[in-house]
Design a protein around this ligand. Structure first.
Ligand SMILES: Nc1nc2c(c(=O)[nH]1)N[C@H]1C(S)=C(S)[C@@H](COP(=O)(O)O)O[C@H]1N2
Ligand SMILES: [Mo]
Length: 217
């Protein structure tokens, strides 16, 4: 396990002039927003799967997942309901790490590259569906996932991620509204065509760029 530390709070410069996206207010609290109750989980039977248009489908136990290379990042968190929390500290496994292991991209360090030859999968992955223990799903274009800030986080502020905030494992997407980050995540599926997740089917934006105020579609 590495203790690499990265600050990605400046990523807003790619999207807008202000760190606080339009229509957002800053809060120091960390409200909990879930569509239902916090699900139970069992570290003995918990499984994380990587499936779909990959060279190799992967399954991790809780111990195996925690042994993956991880890093701690300083990130901002933007909720579509209008609050933003600056300087959150999340620890976890970069999306790029899993994409590389599953053979979706050639080199996690190169970051943006997709593999060209993919003989075993039926097509090229272009989209990703995240699924979670509470039945929640959310989707993003692959491109939007292949960046440093997208983490499978099991730590928050140096502690285990609290269950209400998605513990044992959640996704964080500092360049997108936070509904793109599945709490209690237990699987990712690489898709050859876009599909919609839970809120995306109910009118939330598929792209969800906070600096463009892409809240609803
Ligand atoms: N599994 C799951 N993930 C989820 C949700 C949910 O209901 N279930 N809610 C989403 C929404 S709408 C938001 S704003 C954030 C809230 O994260 P928080 O409760 O840690 O603030 O989680 C997102 N991830
Ligand atoms: Mo939300």
């Amino acid at each position: 396990m590495s203790d690499q530390r990265t600050d990605v709070t400046d990523l807003y410069q790619e999207f807008g002039d202000e760190r606080l996206p339009p229509g957002q207010r800053e809060t120091t609290a960390f409200p909990v927003l879930s569509k239902g109750p916090t699900p139970d989980w069992d570290p003995e039977t918990w499984e994380f799967t990587v499936t779909g248009a990959v060279e190799e489908e992967l399954t991790f136990s809780w111990d195996e997942f925690q042994a993956l290379p991880s890093e701690t990042q300083r990130q901002d968190f933007h909720c579509v309901t209008g609050w933003s929390k600056f300087d959150c500290s999340f620890t976890g496994v970069p999306f790029l790490e899993l994409a590389e292991r599953a053979g979706v991209i050639d080199d996690a360090d190169a970051g943006k590259q997709r593999s060209t030859g993919n003989p075993t999968a039926s097509g090229q992955a272009v989209h990703v569906m995240f699924s979670a223990l509470d039945g929640y799903t959310t989707d993003l274009p692959l491109e939007a996932c292949l960046r440093e800030g997208v983490l499978f986080a099991w730590g928050y502020d140096g502690e285990q991620l609290p269950a209400d905030h998605g513990g044992p494992l959640r996704v964080v997407t500092p360049h997108r509204y936070a509904y793109k980050g599945a709490k209690w995540v237990d699987g990712i599926e690489f898709l050859t065509e876009p599909e919609r997740g839970y809120w995306e089917r109910r009118g939330y934006s598929q792209t969800a760029d906070p600096w463009q105020e892409e809240r609803y579609s």
